[in-house]
Write a protein that binds this ligand. Sequence first.
Ligand code: ACO
Length: 518
Amino acid sequence: MAAVAPVPERLVADVMSAPVVTAGAGETIAVAAGRMAEHRVGSVVVTDSQLRPIGILTERDMIRLAAAGADPTATKVSEWMTTDPDVVAPDVTARDAFARLAEHGYRHIPVVRDATLVGIVSMRDLMRVAVVQPAGAHAHEVPRGLEGVVVAETTIGDVRGQEGFYHYRQYSAVDLARTRPIEDVWQLMVDGALPTTLEARAAFAAEIAALRTIPDAVRGELGSIARAGVEWVPLDALRSAVSLVAQTLGFRPSLDVDHATLRANAMQICAVVPTLVGALWRLRSGDEPIEPRGDLGYAANYLYMMQGEVPAPEHAAAVEKYLISTIDHGFNASTFTARVITSTGADLGAAVVGAIGALSGPLHGGAPSRALDMLEAIGTPERAEPWLREAVERGDRLMGFGHRVYKTDDPRSLLLRDVARELGGARQEFAELVEAKAVEVLSELKPGRKLYTNVEFYAGVVLDTCAVPRGLFTPTFASSRVIGWCAHVLEQAAANRLIRPSCDYVGPPPPAPVPAPL
Ligand code: ACO
């Protein structure tokens, strides 16, 4: 790696927020709380008439106040604020400020120049800057591929790679897949809570049903999208169609719309994507698209729009479990892409189209049909061991194995292995044999790398058993993951900051003279 200049030290002034949301000591707690909610901040600085900070009131104070049973409309800010808060100057380095203030357990610190309030900085911001860029550190210290780097906070869910566990909001995703219909999980992701009554569930289902139909302006164009290109690249077709939906329905920049509008965009896209997938597939095959049926469950309707027949209930149930298990999975590449695009204030359609692009890569979502291709290439049980060994020795990657985050069994793979067992069949038995051989071969030839099956391996087996065409495996993944993307778009837009990292320039040293014109 070429030598690079040190990253300049960041100052409090670089990371603070301004202007500051303030309150007067004589105002009521209810008024101050309303202002905090309106500006989506976790504290207000209490100032005197000269804009000098005399106190700070935080969410933690509100919780204490509520626990004490005090009436916020009759209680003054001065009664609950922390008086004479510690402050920091804008020209102090973030690292020094963090070191000086960390021990106090503050969350927010007013920034003061010449006794006047000029900003506010969170300890989290100071810590992030202090940790990622200590004095003299080089940007290349961030690992390639951003492995292990925390880039945001989320309440949507997460992955615990060492434990082999992932969750949606506070619930195990695998438990949700085993016990809930997909609409419940969709509502959990987009609105933050599972429905608690049958009426709430029905209302959400009715909202979706109305949005499943392809808008007229798009319907007429689908044939040309489906038939474009010599080869069928299903996610290419899907991203063109999604782009057209967003364009014709006039989705506006996320920066310019309120939460309700952005949520409506999200519901529209999530509902219509499965219909688009089925329609594009059928048009490409020379068949007429099939209208969605409101009387069928989500997965049953999806298979029906693809196959033209109502599927066996066990096939619909298996596909629904697969769909739920793939809705979200931490800050994977496509989700991060959706958030980066949203961080620019672009519309929700742009974020989903970009995410589809990221998902189309074989290292991300494009592997389930390749895993099945591998099973077919192996062919018979006795060929498994030599085939796998030769492939790994050649430097090939076994499709459906390995994961950036899981260093133990991928819980989705365990779920789908169970689903495959319930469905039964020769392919499932063969897949289990290949899995066992592959894990053996990988642990021998790639010791210490901890390579096990990922979601894609048994996904291929399950989808194939349920007669989902191979060309629709990745679009089927996209049709559930879009719910996760949209939940992340809503979260990013609600507390946005442009995502704009830096890079190490390692080319020839600039400025070089521009060669004479030709
Ligand atoms: N087969 C053989 N070796 C592998 C495999 C595999 N499937 N996966 C990783 N390795 C090896 C690598 O060759 C490397 O070995 P080395 O140290 O000798 O160079 C080591 O394990 C670490 O690999 P990385 O590439 O650093 O791991 P990374 O976290 O970047 O990759 C990935 C994760 C892309 C999923 C990888 O395991 C892979 O290519 N798998 C096959 C494709 C696949 O199944 N994709 C679907 C992923 S699931 C999803 O996105 C929904």
